[in-house]
Design a binder for this molecule. Structure first.
Ligand SMILES: [Zn+2]
Length: 337
């Protein structure tokens, strides 16, 4: 049984060490450390130390490109998008050029930047990496267009247009058509395959976490396309029921089943993420229900976002982080072997 949590918020080694020991005592055998652009620039040596002390207490370590290029999940700024404004995603606004602060997945400069990230990840000695919620921009705008809903999406820059044209034989259209939906999905899948192949060459295991909603606006709507990537080892999703306002048992159960079945078909290890952030007060016991339902669905790799009920970060902090983590701990110790 694999049980873990993500960790961020401290770069002071003695505190990290204490927390890692606590995680082990609470039933964890792996940790996902975030490694943001800030970490790559200013904490490269510290990250190596953090990985080492985590492994010393017995944890397997995965690293996560937290908010890198703003195309993965994560509460972290990107200096890449400021430094390379033309490597951002361009939106389908016919009224004029509009670029968002998210990197274009087809931009070579961004891919090179990701190679640097992978290089450092390998250098730390971590066992693997987690590609968390890779996505493209999508927004629904109504007030701007006289009460008509318009789907605004990225990326339709020249690079993406060239790729689109070479496949579909015509210029990238402004509307959110079926071809665009398929093209965006393919863009993310190709990007993931590029990352996973490179990480795999460096001896890192690859895990991926997909949004639990299979809707083209989230980018990937056919999970099988991701499951087919050979260099992916762990296939996961994050049915965060508080955030999506869903019933815990139904939502976590359904997504766990989907992940398990698809993982079985493509020989991947299925993983489910449990919501341990923005947990409303007095609903913390739903965490134990979520872990139970994932386990009953055959999931043997369960992770919580994040350690300590996400106490260290206002934006996603739980109302009672201590109670949140107590619930995680109780459930983990029940399944810990
Ligand atoms: Zn682009």
């Amino acid at each position: 049984m694999k049980l873990g949590a993500s960790y961020f918020g401290s770069r002071i080694l003695r505190h990290v060490k204490e927390d890692m020991k606590m995680m082990v005592g609470d039933g964890c055998n792996f940790v996902v450390h975030t490694m943001s652009e800030h970490d790559v620039t200013y904490h490269s040596g510290t990250m190596i130390d953090i990985v080492r002390i985590s492994q010393e207490v017995g944890l397997e370590v995965f690293l996560d490109p937290w908010g890198v290029g703003r195309v993965f999940g994560g509460e972290s700024f990107s200096s890449f998008v400021q430094t390379y404004p033309k490597c951002r995603q361009r939106l389908n606004f016919p009224e004029g050029e509009l670029w968002v602060n998210k990197a274009c997945l087809n931009a070579k400069t961004f891919r090179d930047n990701m190679l640097t990230w992978i290089e450092l990840a390998a250098k730390t000695g971590a066992e693997g990496v987690l590609w968390d919620e890779p996505h493209l921009f999508f927004g629904e705008f109504t007030p701007l267009f006289g009460d008509t809903k318009r789907d605004i999406w990225g990326c339709n820059c020249e690079r993406c247009n060239d790729v689109f044209k070479s496949i579909y034989g015509y210029e990238i259209p402004p509307d959110f058509t079926d071809d665009i939906k398929a093209f965006r999905q393919m863009t993310i899948v190709n990007f993931l395959e590029f990352l996973a192949d490179e990480a795999s060459k460096k001896g890192l295991k690859n895990s991926v976490c997909l949004f639990p909603i299979k809707d083209p606006k989230y980018g990937i709507y056919d999970w099988e396309k991701v499951a087919m990537i050979k260099s992916i080892d762990v296939l996961g999703s994050d049915p965060y029921w508080y955030s999506y306002n869903q019933d815990v048992v139904e939502f976590v159960g359904r997504i766990s089943e989907d992940v398990r079945i698809l993982s079985g078909k493509y020989d991947k290890e299925p993983q489910i993420w449990i919501q341990g952030y923005r947990v409303p007060a007095y609903r913390e016991e739903e965490i134990a229900m979520a872990i139970d339902v994932a386990f009953r669905s055959g999931i043997r790799n369960i992770a919580t976002w994040s350690f300590d009920g996400t106490d260290c970060i206002t934006y996603v902090r739980s109302e009672r982080p201590e109670i949140v983590w107590q619930n995680v701990r109780n459930a983990y110790l029940k399944y810990h072997v």
